[in-house]
Design a protein around this ligand. Structure first.
Ligand SMILES: Nc1nc2c(ncn2[C@@H]2O[C@H](COP(=O)(O)OP(=O)(O)OP(=O)(O)O)[C@@H](O)[C@H]2O)c(=O)[nH]1
Length: 262
């Protein structure tokens, strides 16, 4: 309120309160004007208060919207983190499942499944391109004796060590797997029998040099092997049968040896 306005209000209040002026002809009109002016002022104040309240309410609502937005954002971030972890877990699980489906849990070598897939692929490739490939079936000699004498755990260690040495000796593109029990299969692509024979001799001599210790004793492990080269038109199981028969012959020949299939 300005200074002039304040002085005018004081003057009007004084005039209206003056008993000598009560009968003055303008007193009633001035009283009415004063009353209307006060009413107007009150209404304006009410409107201003309402507008202030509305603005503060709006500010409050904006604030709580921002807070709600932040909360939603935090929740979304949490969901995204959980989903990331879940996807990572699923990926790991898939890898573990694939590993379990294609690898022998004891030696970590390929199991029969990828071996058979590779045999099929190689026979098809052979038919198409005419490249030769060989397989070698390898078997630990008198393995039952090791189990019986030293226990199953030592037998397992022998299997693990044999697998490790075997895999280290073959070429990168050969596939070495556990066919079952103490029997291993090596698939040698792009090879004729003479080359496969050299590679298997190298594998056997590395296993010969391998040292598995049981207390003070060092076990000596020998291997017998049968080798066969793929013949056009033959099935992969026919090829395996010939390698198996050659292995049997190697065993009959006194073990610790290798035999080429006819
Ligand atoms: N420790 C262990 N032993 C196994 C496993 N799988 C098979 N065997 C054992 O391997 C042995 C194979 O014995 P045999 O088939 O008689 O052959 P071998 O004693 O090696 O004799 P030859 O093959 O004739 O030289 C059996 O005693 C099986 O119990 C395995 O995962 N761990």
């Amino acid at each position: 309120m300005s200074r002039d306005q304040g002085e005018l209000e004081t003057l009007i209040k004084r005039l209206l309160a003056d008993p000598d002026l009560r009968e003055h002809p303008l007193n009633f009109a001035l009283g009415q004007l004063w009353f209307q002016y006060r009413e107007l002022l009150n209404r304006m104040e009410r409107i201003t208060r309402m507008s202030d309240a509305y603005q503060s309410m709006a500010r409050q609502r904006e604030l709580s919207l921002a807070e709600r937005f932040d909360k939603q954002l935090r929740q979304l971030e949490k969901v995204a983190r959980i989903s990331d972890r879940y996807q990572h877990m699923m990926r790991e699980l898939n890898i573990a499942l694939k590993e379990a489906a294609t690898h022998d849990p004891l030696t970590a070598l390929a199991n029969r499944r990828p071996l058979i897939e590779r045999l099929k692929a190689e026979t098809e490739r052979c038919e198409r391109l005419g490249h030769g490939f060989c397989v070698a079936m390898l078997d630990i000699d008198r393995f039952k004796l090791i189990n019986d004498r030293y226990g199953h755990d030592v037998g397992d260690t022998v299997l693990i060590e044999t697998a490790r040495v075997m895999e280290a000796e073959v070429r990168d593109y050969d596939l070495c797997g556990r066919w079952g029990g103490e029997e291993f299969l090596i698939i040698l692509p792009e090879s004729v029998l003479a080359l496969a024979d050299d590679i298997v001799r190298r594998v056997r001599s590395a296993i010969d040099r391998m040292k598995v210790r049981v207390g003070d004793e060092v076990l000596s492990i020998t291997i017998s092997a049968g080798l066969a080269q793929y013949r056009g038109g033959e099935s992969y199981s026919g090829l395996l049968n010939r390698a198996d028969a050659a292995l049997l012959q190697a065993k009959r020949n006194g073990r610790d040896s290798q035999q080429l299939a006819d």
